[in-house]
Design a protein around this ligand. Structure first.
Ligand code: PNS
Length: 160
């Protein structure tokens, strides 16, 4: 039986921290499905299509990773894709409460789906899509936090 994990998120945009988690996740799982939540309510910088393109460009050379979108409950999507795990990265203490709630709710909804956390690499501990967008909006250099193609797209988006 293949060990398949869903790595869900907004990926608006994908960061080096996400890529690090996905690569390390491949040591634990045979296949990882990176899945973008279709969330019209959330004000995203990039469209879902753009986010998928950036994921593809950034991780095209990595085997056993695929990209998809989902809506509705994560555990339902996981079941549909025959995945019995959800992979999430954990940064500082600030992530813990939200991740804990999410993992417990998912476990309540479906006990067959386990959540696996990987601690973010120390290099990426302060890297988040939100903080990157905040800095880049005002011309801040984020080139060491995202893949080159993503950096280019962010600059274009903000007119730099
Ligand atoms: O990158 P994010 O925004 O932190 O990812 C959050 C995500 C997509 C993992 C989470 O919002 C999610 O799984 N949403 C789908 C709905 C769901 O199943 N929620 C959990 C139980 S309430």
């Amino acid at each position: 039986m293949q060990r398949i994990a869903i790595y869900p998120g907004s990926f608006d945009p994908v960061t080096n921290g996400h890529i690090d988690i996905a690569k390390r996740g491949l040591k634990l799982f045979d296949r990882i499905i990176i899945a973008i939540l279709l969330n019209p309510g959330k004000n995203a910088l990039f469209t879902v299509e753009e986010r998928l393109e950036m994921l593809n460009e950034s991780m095209s050379g990595i085997d056993h990773i695929e990209f998809d979108t989902f809506d509705g409950l994560l555990v339902d999507y996981a079941q549909k894709r025959n995945a019995n795990a959800v992979l999430r990265g954990m940064r500082a203490v600030s992530d813990f409460e939200y991740e804990f709630q999410l993992a417990l709710m998912n476990r309540k909804l479906n006990r067959e789906v386990e959540t696996v956390f990987l601690m973010t690499g120390l290099r990426w501990i302060f890297t988040s899509s939100s903080i990157i967008k905040e800095a880049a909006r005002f011309g801040g250099d984020v080139s060491d936090m995202v893949p080159p193609g993503v950096n280019h797209r962010i600059k274009t988006k903000f007119g730099f």
